[in-house]
Design a binder for this molecule. Structure first.
Ligand code: NAD
Ligand code: UDP
Length: 335
């Protein structure tokens, strides 16, 4: 049994990771300042004897004993990370120094959650890990993009200078149950709008593309990267299926059986025009590739949001209810 620290463990991805690690028999310390994370995400883990929650901010130094660290602490939604941009940069810079310092003291292996945003608005398509990116260093997204870039640099330099065992994962847009319905990302926005019968807010003309990975595929890739002994990374993990935002809106309307229409709103500054991972490295190194395509992932996510928002399906039957239960990960939302 290993003791594993998950920073950002009460967030969307962190809470699923904690659950997977507990299920395979590890001791898990979940550290989170609850900025975008929610206690509801981990309430069902609290009664498990190998789970511990620490409310703490990684920008402030801390000490725990552990064998591995997954560093996920950082808001991921553009709305959330632009709310307090200086705090976002501090989390990725000062916070990452604190977590790397801990890894050094404990001789723990650390996996750092980086992002496809390090490629900015990419001029190479699809994006391999060797592409250095096209980031506006002073734009509204720079608090996140440049923060994540400096965090990658810190990881590599702690590895080279101090021999810290580092793994860097570059995560492409990932979605699924437990994504906060109000966090402002496109899948949570579109599904909640479609379920409420409101227009889907497509920014710009909707021709910009993203590639959407279901959370279970992502967590599998993340754990495989942490547990292999060959490669520091970075390694792209994402689903190469590429969709325009208009195509996504259509897919969400179909998955929710909604009568919603589409409403166009201004495109935010520096919004990347296209994004799609080259996952050759993940295939070769980790024998990993995504298994859940958009239609199936949306179905599971819609079931979760229906339960979360209390919007029943017309003529809801047991089958739908059990999909919702599975999507929630067995979590009883009313406890
Ligand atoms: P999330 O916002 O749900 O989770 C982030 C968690 O970090 C939250 O629980 C939040 O409270 C916590 N946190 C933020 N700042 C903190 C701080 N200073 N100290 C302690 N805790 C802090 O987002 P997510 O989608 O689960 O993303 C998790 C990680 O994966 C992030 O690092 C994000 O940058 C990265 N990532 C996610 C995606 C995606 O599509 N989901 C894509 C690329 C990268
Ligand atoms: N987007 C949109 N409507 C929304 C939210 C987002 O059209 O209500 C677009 C956004 O402009 C971007 C894409 O969806 O082109 C993905 O946005 P998100 O915030 O989910 O993540 P990003 O990949 O931009 O970090």
């Amino acid at each position: 049994m290993k003791t594993i620290l998950v920073t950002g463990g009460a967030g969307f991805l962190g809470s699923h990771l904690c659950e997977r690690l507990l299920d395979r028999g590890d001791e898990v310390i979940c550290l989170d300042n609850l900025f975008t994370g929610r206690k509801e995400n981990i309430r069902h883990l609290m009664r498990r004897s190998h789970f511990e929650f620490m409310r703490h901010d990684i920008v402030d130094p801390f000490m725990v004993e552990c064998d591995q660290i997954y560093n996920l602490a950082c808001p991921a939604s553009p709305v959330a990370y632009q709310y307090n941009p200086i705090k976002t940069i501090k989390t990725s810079s000062v916070g990452t120094v604190n977590v790397l310092g801990l890894a050094k003291r404990c001789q723990a292996r650390i996996l750092h959650a980086s992002t496809s945003e390090v490629y900015g608005d990419p001029t190479v398509h699809p994006q391999p890990e060797s592409y250095w990116g096209n980031v506006n260093p002073i734009g509204p997204r720079s608090c996140y993009d440049e923060g994540k870039r400096v965090a990658e640099s810190l990881c590599m330099n702690y590895h080279l200078a101090h021999g810290v065992e580092v793994r860097i994962i570059r995560i492409f847009n990932t979605y699924g149950p437990r994504m906060d319905p109000n966090d402002g990302r496109v899948i949570s926005n579109f599904i909640t709008q479609a379920l409420r019968g409101e227009p889907l807010t497509v920014y710009g003309d909707g021709s910009q593309t993203r590639s959407f990975c279901y959370r279970d595929d992502l967590i599998e890739g993340m754990i495989r990267l942490m547990d292999q002994n060959e490669e520091t990374g970075p390694v792209n993990i994402g689903n190469p299926g590429e969709f325009s935002m208009l195509e996504l809106a259509e897919a969400v309307i179909a998955a929710t059986h909604s009568t919603s229409t589409v409403e166009h709103l201004p495109l935010p500054q520096d919004d990347p025009q296209q994004r799609r991972p080259d996952i050759t490295k993940a295939r070769q190194l980790l024998n990993w590739e995504p298994t859940i395509e958009l239609e199936e992932g949306l179905r599971k996510t819609v079931a979760y949001y229906r339960a979360e928002l209390g919007i029943p399906v017309r003529g809801e039957d047991d089958a739908v209810a059990s999909v919702a239960d599975e999507a929630r990960g067995g979590l009883c939302l009313n406890v």
